[in-house]
Design a protein around this ligand. Structure first.
Ligand SMILES: *[C@@H]1O[C@H](CO)[C@@H](O)[C@H](O)[C@H]1NC(C)=O
Ligand SMILES: *[C@@H]1O[C@H](CO)[C@@H](O)[C@H](O)[C@H]1NC(C)=O
Ligand SMILES: *[C@@H]1O[C@H](CO)[C@@H](O)[C@H](O)[C@H]1NC(C)=O
Ligand SMILES: *[C@@H]1O[C@H](CO)[C@@H](O)[C@H](O)[C@H]1NC(C)=O
Ligand SMILES: *[C@@H]1O[C@H](CO)[C@@H](O)[C@H](O)[C@H]1NC(C)=O
Ligand SMILES: *[C@@H]1O[C@H](CO)[C@@H](O)[C@H](O)[C@H]1NC(C)=O
Length: 504
């Protein structure tokens, strides 16, 4: 009898573990698991012309007709409001906060002299965080390459970037490393290489006809995406080696890189779509993961891209392999993947991959459905194929229309489901160490400023840039303070607080 009861309970626990966790609390996560939120320098700081900062390629992008809406000039004014914001983070109960260091604020010419005012700002910000017990996770490069280096030698397309990036990282390790234990070298290298050098939609807007989805004045879509990603991997590895050789013994931190990780599922059950999905995973995810874990690009890429794919020398291969102590995942949604037949123009990254990525259900590329199994898919893929590399979810969140209600129950529903999915993955053996919601407040979102991700609302027409908590801020606070959450008790939050009265 006892055995039967045991079997029934075992069966029930399996039946339950197959579904996304609905009822859970922070205490269900392993000890040491960190919960945070995130911003990036350009999208939050503002003060673009202040205290010696020089333009980045991002400034040039938003000033061109290709950037939409307001410029990053003031953004959230985080440069001046950082103390208030850290206080909000503390009140919310964040364990950790992900920020990035603006390279052209710290080293205005890209290399050479350090800007003392830039240095002071980041010291103040990092000190403020640690004073409140909030662990800083610092991204060194979040898209904002100094324009000076872009002008001088084309930025990431030239190998000179490796030394300049390493020297920039050296300043950061030396100056901030006593307080910062988690370093992230490059934000979503795969997305930057594809979007910035094949499609031409991200800074620095390189592409070449007939490729790309706009008319670019410079670039080579057939070669540059591959060269840029290669140089990013080498710059990352060079930085990681510097840390290991010079700082790790004293500072005891770690260095990792990040990956933009859509989860991909075949659009139809056809064999072609299944193969296209495998190919898209190789091109999109394994492009970064394979070198980090095995020291080389996946065979599928080598076969298709051939002489346009850079080759790792034996020394570089050894150097890149194992260079990421942990992996930062940027995950927003799952996409359908369909085979593209008879590609008209073959020979850029997109046509090499020859798969199209399609939004799910009601999703679009600015609105995401709640598909938490997609995040589980990514984590399972890394567990099964890439040695279960320790991972942090560095960005996850749902955009809503910038001026829609502060009662953002759709965002709450998303966060509840995705954090539950992380818990399921952890329980199934994935090596996840932390989760960062994107973004702490509404930021200057350069692709489409009408859709923002914040837990706090910011009105970008208001000179004061006052912050207003949305329902999602209340929900995350409750979760971080240990409240057990479920999908039923979400909607009551708004009415149960005084914030309900100030709904706009
Ligand atoms: C690119 O330029 C050509 C020629 O000027 C024009 O016909 C085409 O519509 C442009 N395409 C885009 C996407 O702007
Ligand atoms: C891109 O580079 C390749 C290799 O150097 C070259 O063959 C091709 O003509 C270039 N394409 C353009 C548009 O410059
Ligand atoms: C899609 O939108 C419809 C209408 O708004 C809604 O009823 C449905 O639940 C949505 N589907 C998903 C998967 O979110
Ligand atoms: C849980 O892990 C096992 C072993 O890696 C795997 O076979 C299974 O598919 C995983 N379950 C889910 C839901 O990912
Ligand atoms: C944002 O919304 C405004 C006002 O509705 C509209 O004019 C603009 O085209 C939108 N921007 C984008 C990028 O969709
Ligand atoms: C945003 O700020 C502007 C300027 O202060 C104000 O006119 C407008 O009403 C505000 N919008 C909202 C939605 O609060």
């Amino acid at each position: 009898m006892e055995q039967i009861l045991f079997l029934i309970s075992l069966f029930l626990s399996f039946a339950f573990s197959g579904r996304c966790s609905d009822v859970y609390s922070k205490n269900d996560f392993p000890k040491g698991f960190v919960f945070g939120s995130a911003v990036s320098a350009f999208q939050w700081e503002g003060a673009v012309d202040e205290d010696g900062r020089t333009p980045s390629i991002w400034d040039a992008y938003v000033q061109s007709s290709h950037g939409h809406g307001p410029t990053g000039g003031v953004a959230c004014d985080g440069y001046h409001k950082y103390k208030d914001d850290v206080r909000l983070m503390y009140d919310m109960g964040l364990d950790a906060f992900r920020l990035s260091i603006s390279w052209p604020r710290l080293i205005p010419n890209g290399r050479g002299p350090v800007n003392p005012k830039g240095l002071r700002f980041y010291k103040n910000l990092i000190n403020e965080l640690t004073r409140y017990g909030i662990e800083p996770h610092v991204t060194l490069f979040h898209n904002d390459l100094p324009q000076a280096l872009e002008n001088e030698y084309g930025g990431w397309i030239d190998r000179k970037i490796i030394d300049d990036f390493t020297a920039f990282a050296d300043v950061c390790f030396r100056e901030f490393g006593n307080k910062v234990k988690s370093w992230w070298t490059i934000n979503e290298p795969n997305m930057l290489a594809w979007g910035g050098y094949d499609l031409g939609v991200f800074p620095p807007m390189h592409c070449s006809p007939p490729f790309g989805i706009r008319n670019c004045s410079r670039g080579n879509s057939s070669t540059e995406p591959y060269i840029v990603l290669h140089n990013m991997l080498l710059a990352h590895a060079s930085t990681a080696r510097l840390y290991k050789q010079t700082y790790k013994d004293k500072q005891h931190g770690s260095v990792g890189i990040t990956l933009f990780a859509y989860w991909m599922v075949p659009f139809t059950s056809s064999e072609e779509d299944k193969i296209a999905t495998q190919r898209a995973k190789d091109f999109y995810l394994a492009w970064v993961l394979h070198p980090l874990v095995f020291g080389d690009y996946p065979d599928m890429m080598k076969r298709i891209v051939r002489e346009r794919l850079p080759i790792f020398s034996k020394e570089e291969s050894e150097f890149v392999k194992g260079s990421s102590e942990f992996l930062g995942l940027i995950h927003y949604t799952a996409v359908y993947t369909a085979h593209v037949s008879g590609t008209v123009h073959s020979g850029d990254f997109t046509s090499d991959m020859s798969a199209s990525l399609l939004p799910f259900g009601n999703s679009s590329f600015v609105k995401f459905d709640v598909l938490p199994w997609g995040l589980e898919g990514v984590l399972e893929y890394i567990k099964q194929n890439y040695g279960n590399l320790p991972a942090y979810i560095l960005e996850n969140g749902r955009p809503t229309n910038q001026h829609s209600s502060l009662n953002d129950v759709g965002r709450v529903e998303y966060l509840h489901a995705y954090i539950g999915a992380v818990l399921d993955s952890v329980r199934n053996g994935s090596n996840v160490r932390g989760y960062f919601q994107w973004s702490f407040m509404d930021l200057y979102e350069f692709l489409n400023p009408n859709y923002t991700y914040g837990l706090y609302y910011v009105n970008f027409s208001d000179p004061e840039r006052e912050r207003f908590p949305k329902t999602s801020a209340l929900w995350y606070t409750a979760f971080l303070k240990g409240t057990t959450v479920n999908s039923q008790n979400l909607k009551d939050l708004w009415g149960s607080t005084s914030h309900g009265a100030s709904s706009q």
